[in-house]
Design a protein around this ligand. Structure first.
Ligand code: 3PG
Length: 457
């Protein structure tokens, strides 16, 4: 019997996606060059058909074929070019990794020239989610979505209402674009939790167990999120009598999706400084040697000024709201430019469960109307978060500065909010400077058109 889907690459993600598909009653073929890995997968579920020959793998699939690539992003072109030797018109190749959406667009054109459908499928939830139900972001032809949707919906995470956390987001890279911004939000949320932890540790002199308890309490209400939940568990993980977290070197790695988010923000002229500061902070963290040398010279010995937990909680929620506000602004702008089918309601449904950024705040956004996503700060539901968050954030920043504790994301939240709510910024002086040295001209409030001044120099 032919298999209903084939998976190329059975690393942690591919393997678990195969097991998830089999459990949901689908027939699965798996291809990998590593025969030991294939044997292990067979041992786990003998119904999965395994292949080390790409040709035999492709032949084992029902037509039109559906082939899901679960390989590192740098291998996609190589695997795609091998596969194109075997697939036939109307077959679909689905890239389930983290590829840049522009590369996905190029690959889709290449495949279409040969009559092959190419899909960019963002998959979030890590290996665990792949097995139990990931959140998925589909970008490709609507006809391919119509053919694959029931299979993909069957393995997706389900929302509280039982709806599958997957949707059609448009053609040509839409799924990978949304997955990229999802990861950008993930970067910012992770940086925010790390700063919150540092504030509690250094300003309030709390230990890992006490901070874990605070995170657990926060996880019972609107502050709750998957990332906060795992952080509470991470903080109390021990090896012998030592906390594991205290043994981990403070250099945060990255694979690129956060940086891509920032680059897309710059390209489209949408402020994305909260995700960008999280990317920058990973970069700064990687300069460990330099930090150690400079710490010997400059690290502050200020006595810590503690923060009130209510203030930290309010500032934390305010920051999370602004991270989402910036991300939605970018998504809506790019969606319009690319004529995709993304909307806020779909994203909230997809991100409600299974994905790394799932949280109460996102769940609550399912109540919003579509127009609200384009300016969350105007929504009456969020004005309370802002009104509580702003004075709290002022107090938090005053404590971190006097205590000498780095808190760049919290600071950027304050600076972004101050700038975006200032009706007249000093940017008019920048315009005058540009005109003075470069005769670039400026717009005036008392006349129309571009004006160039004759400066005396
Ligand atoms: C991923 O999608 O691979 C993870 O979410 C983590 O990405 P990172 O390695 O860039 O943090």
């Amino acid at each position: 019997m032919s298999s209903s889907i084939g998976i190329v690459g059975i690393g942690a993600m591919g393997r678990n996606l195969a097991l998830n598909l089999i459990l949901k009653g689908h027939t699965v073929s798996a291809y990998d060059i590593d025969s030991d890995q294939l044997q292990q997968l067979q041992n786990e579920n003998s119904n999965i058909r395994t292949f080390t020959s790409l040709g035999h793998f492709v032949d084992s699939l029902a037509k039109p074929r559906s082939i899901l690539l679960s390989v590192s992003s740098h291998l996609v072109d190589e695997v795609l070019s091998d596969l194109l030797n075997f697939v036939e018109k109307e077959d679909s190749i689905i890239d389930g990794g983290n590829s840049h959406y522009k590369l996905t667009q190029t690959r889709q054109v290449l495949c279409e020239e040969k009559g092959i459908e190419f899909v960019g499928l963002g998959i979030s939830g890590g290996p665990k989610g792949a097995k139990t139900g990931p959140s998925m972001m589909f970008g490709g032809k609507l006809s391919v979505w119509n053919r694959l949707s029931s299979l993909l919906q069957s393995i997706a995470a389900k929302s509280k209402e039982g709806l599958p956390c997957i949707d059609y987001l448009g053609d040509n890279g839409a799924g990978h674009f949304v997955k990229t911004i999802h990861n950008g939000i993930e970067y910012a949320d992770m940086q925010l939790i790390a700063e919150t932890y540092e504030i509690l540790k250094r300003c309030n002199s709390l230990g890992n167990e006490e901070i874990s308890d605070i995170f657990k309490k926060w996880n019972q209400g609107i502050l709750s999120s998957y990332l906060l939940e795992i952080s509470a568990e991470i903080l109390v993980e021990k090896e012998q009598d030592r906390f594991l977290v205290d043994l981990i070197i403070d250099k945060a790695a990255q694979k690129g999706t956060g940086r891509w988010s920032s680059e897309i923000g710059l390209e489209y002229g949408i402020p994305l400084d909260l995700i960008t500061i999280a990317v920058q902070q990973r970069i700064i963290s990687s300069h460990k040697d330099k930090r150690v040398i400079l710490a010997n010279l400059y690290e502050s010995n200020h006595s810590p000024t503690s923060v009130a937990l209510e203030d930290l909680a309010s500032a934390y929620l305010f920051a999370r709201l602004l991270i989402l506000e910036q991300a939605f602004n970018l998504i809506i702008t790019v969606n319009t430019d690319q004529s995709w089918k993304i909307n806020g309601g779909k994203l909230v449904k997809i991100w409600e469960n299974g994905c790394i950024i799932r949280s109460s705040l996102i769940h609550q956004m399912s109540k919003l109307e579509e127009k609200d996503f384009s300016n969350l700060l105007l929504n009456p539901d969020y004005q309370e978060i802002i009104q509580h968050g702003l004075p709290s954030l002022q107090k938090i920043l005053s404590s971190t500065i006097t205590s000498g504790v780095s808190s760049p994301l919290f600071s950027s939240v304050m600076q972004y909010f101050l700038s975006i709510t200032t009706s007249r910024l000093p940017s008019y002086l920048i315009q005058a400077q540009r005109d003075y040295f470069g005769s670039h001209g400026f717009e005036r409030s008392d006349r129309t058109g571009l004006y160039r001044h004759k400066w005396l120099d």
